[in-house]
Write a protein that binds this ligand. Structure first.
Ligand SMILES: Cc1ncc(COP(=O)(O)O)c(C=O)c1O
Length: 454
């Protein structure tokens, strides 16, 4: 596919890119106006979880749109919203949980950061204004979420415009930012939070935000088991609120409703998005332990965050129908066992190949990292653009993946992620693994020889 100059009135997200025109889909396959089929093993941006064009979701949305599509959330509530929150409370294990629905993951994280600050103020801790983030994280596209995020390419142009926040290293054992090895490291990357608290002062810190399982920027990096309990303990000892960003890894994708459940700790504030409504409606959620919301209430305050489309009735209908569909078809268990199968197959087919450094992940979040030298874990030069080449070669073979860059030093380090819907079949899992193997052999391996020969 050769890039063409985009025509017409759409301001596209990519200038040098030809966009296939998708007209419909079936199962997990998208179909364009030329009849070409794309097996979407990334569920778009790791969004679609129950498949495409599910009749009962479409019916639930249509029904709510007919009854009442919109009310202003400062003035009304709706039965569908209350039913959705009750249903969510059955599966999201935060004590006395309360849900604040928004539309994008960025907004949910922005809301979480603001709520943390507001809680510290009502506790009489007005000096607590910093939110510590981690390098290699992504929390959204707004200036507030970029400030706590740790993805250099997304942040750098806007640094002079933002109130930058402190960052600690991420728990990336394949490329330990502290140059250590697990388990001898004794999880020094978690202790980095303690060091940051000492450096900035606990009385300045409102919250810590991180993804329990890292998303696109680190391609499905799973921290060691001891990491999250240590982080929880540090936050508790210093009065710091813990925000878990589960916009990508949440809502069943890792084989549990919440990714934090794998680690035996729960955050104070949780954010979700993407798979909440399976992509049929832009829906995100900030969830908080009930006592935090009560603290605001008893201080006579409302939350200082809103938005025209918060608490949207059609969003609630879409979310409720998606949740019920996941329960009815046991898709959280499906994500666990299909993810295990996908991970096994990717490791079996790819791990031994030149150019593949690491295959990792949990549930239906699997990542492959490409390297020039497997022993030294040397990343490819950034200008070879390996992740995008792999993505494009897979797309040309009819399989969609999710590329990412910067795992090594913010710029170099190429990865692709597979994050298919939980309705993926055994046969489709095999196609994904086979296609990636073929692309590594036909596209990555020759580049390896070229780069070595340079
Ligand atoms: C972990 C994580 N947080 C937040 C976001 C931002 O979500 P949105 O793009 O819906 O604003 C993303 C998006 O990819 C994400 O992966």
């Amino acid at each position: 596919m050769s890039p063409q100059h985009p025509e017409g009135h759409v301001f596209y997200r990519k200038m040098w890119h030809s966009f296939p025109r998708i007209t419909h889909g079936e199962g997990i396959t998208l179909i364009d106006d030329q009849g070409r089929r794309y097996l979407d093993a990334a569920g778009g941006a790791i969004v679609v979880n129950i498949g495409i064009g599910v009749e009962e979701i479409a019916a639930a949305i249509a029904e709510q749109a007919r009854l009442v599509a919109y009310v202003h959330a400062e003035k009304f509530t709706t039965p569908v919203l209350e039913a959705y929150a009750d249903a969510l409370a059955e599966v999201i294990p935060l004590p006395d949980v309360r849900f604040f629905p928004l539309t994008t993951g960025s907004e949910a994280n922005e809301a979480a950061i603001k709520l943390a600050r507001q809680i510290q103020i009502v506790r009489g801790q007005r000096s607590r204004h910093l939110v510590i983030g981690r390098w290699g994280s992504y929390h959204g596209m707004t200036l507030g979420t970029l400030a706590v995020g740790g993805r250099a390419s997304a942040r750098n142009p806007y640094l002079p415009m933002m109130y930058d926040m402190p960052h600690i290293p991420a728990p990336t054992c394949y490329r330990c930012p502290l140059g250590k090895q697990y388990p001898e490291c004794a999880i020094a990357c978690a202790d980095a939070l303690e060091e940051a608290v000492a450096e900035y002062g606990a009385d300045q810190i409102a919250a810590f935000i991180a993804e329990p399982v890292s998303g696109a920027a680190l391609a499905a990096t799973v921290p060691p088991a001891e990491y999250w309990p240590r982080i929880r303990d540090i936050c508790d000892r210093h009065g710091i609120l813990l925000i878990a960003d589960e916009v990508m890894c949440g809502f069943g994708r890792t084989g549990k409703w919440c990714a934090f459940e794998h680690f035996g700790v729960a955050p104070d504030i949780l954010t979700m998005g993407k798979g909440l409504a399976g992509g049929v409606f832009p829906l995100s959620m900030m969830a908080a332990r009930g006592h935090l919301v009560e603290e605001l209430y008893h201080a006579g305050q409302d939350i200082g965050h809103g938005g025209t489309f918060s608490h949207h009735p059609v969003g609630a209908a879409a979310g409720l129908a998606t949740l019920r569909y996941i329960q009815k078809h046991d898709l959280v268990s499906a994500a666990a066992h299909k993810g295990r199968r996908l991970g096994e197959l990717l490791r079996a087919k790819l791990s031994g190949l030149p150019g593949v450094g690491d295959v990792r992940g949990i549930g239906l979040m699997q990542g492959v990292e490409f390297v020039m030298d497997k022993t030294a874990r040397t990343p490819f030069p950034a200008d070879l653009n390996i992740a995008n080449r792999v993505f494009a070669a897979c797309r040309d073979r009819g399989v969609m993946l999710y590329p990412g860059r910067g795992t090594a030093d913010g710029i170099r380090g190429d990865v692709v992620m597979a994050g298919p819907p939980a309705v993926i079949t055994e046969e489709e899992i095999a196609i994904v693994a086979h296609t990636l193997k073929e692309v590594v052999e036909q596209v990555v391996a020759p580049l390896l020889h070229d780069s070595v020969g340079q």
